[in-house]
Design a protein around this ligand. Sequence first.
Ligand SMILES: Nc1nc2c(ncn2[C@@H]2O[C@H](COP(=O)(O)OP(=O)(O)OP(=O)(O)O)[C@@H](O)[C@H]2O)c(=O)[nH]1
Ligand SMILES: [Mg+2]
Length: 374
Amino acid sequence: MRLLFEQWGYSILNTDVSTWFQSEDTSFIKKAISLNRDGLRFFRLKHQFYFDCFYLTETCDSSLFNELNEYLIKFGSNIFTKKALKRTYNFFAGNTGSLNVEESLLKHRNDNRAFGEKYENSVLVVATVSAGKSTLINALTGSYFNKVKNGACTSRICKIHNKPVTDGITYRKDNVLNYNANIESKSSEETSEAAMHFVSSLGAYRVCLIDTPGVNNSRDHNHLIITSDAIKGQNFDMVIFISNGQYNGTNDERQLLDLLHNHNKKPVLFVLNQLDCFKNGVDNIAKMIAVYHKELTSIGFDSPKVFPVSAWYAYLLNAQKSLDEEEQEELAVMRHRFSKAFFDLNNYIESESEHEYQKTGLKALENEIIKLLK
Ligand SMILES: Nc1nc2c(ncn2[C@@H]2O[C@H](COP(=O)(O)OP(=O)(O)OP(=O)(O)O)[C@@H](O)[C@H]2O)c(=O)[nH]1
Ligand SMILES: [Mg+2]
């Protein structure tokens, strides 16, 4: 309940409320009650107060409604009239009547419930080591949750769920759910499952991105087992297969493609990543896409869709608000590089870009993911 309260507080106030209430400290309650003496009609807020209590309880476990009701009767007997409580109880427990609260509160609940009732599409992201799986996932979530900077590599499966609104991060640690208002303070190394609002065009959809360890880690053979088990398990709705454009076509990659072709029945989107490292006048992106397409067809993939992208540039653009100084400089360099027609990655598969984000190639990939959603 505390976790829910903190999340709810953040989504309404955009403030970390975790420090507001210390369990033994009742001075906040006294302060709130004394507001009445200052002419502030705190008790006018009884409807909102009851709404919060029932809404948070409902999110946790609606079988607790009766207990909550009895508790609130006792708690409010000297302060509130019983009418407002009864009305709120009937609304939540019996689905009858209406409430005397702001439209925004009802909308918060309706949006949350509608989102929760949607089917969650899972997207498995696989590749050989260092192709850019974690960076691509950061680009699609708009957060630096998968720390890729320090050379640390992903060593286990990590599921990242989209939430309907920006309200920090919820993550699992030792099977206990935790919450933190600041997403960037947490890292995928601490957890195998987390939820945050995606700052990209996937933000409106109920999607889960599944990060996997690179399969050809020479130091840890276990990574191949983890990722191939995930592929064989088929507990997802589509696959993003990433190839590092600079080194594409290695034996390790070929093995992974064969594994995917033999054991997967779900749609696959093929990404050629790190194309920002290519050299204008030396490398030929169009030719590379054509060669890769041919190779995929020869393995047996039927009409494979290949997306040329720069996950790193896409991340820098999506996470602009939270970049450190070094990343901001990097963004300026990227912007300059992508001002040349050669780097308009969208132009290799669709048409000339209208916005800078389209140039990263991620927009086309996001559109295709959205098209495949159930
Ligand atoms: N220039 C450039 N670098 C990238 C891009 N995507 C990823 N990288 C870099 O490539 C390195 C590996 O990226 P990760 O995202 O950690 O790759 P990964 O596939 O998750 O790696 P493992 O988890 O170790 O298998 C990092 O240094 C990234 O910054 C890109 O689009 N452009
Ligand atoms: Mg990784």
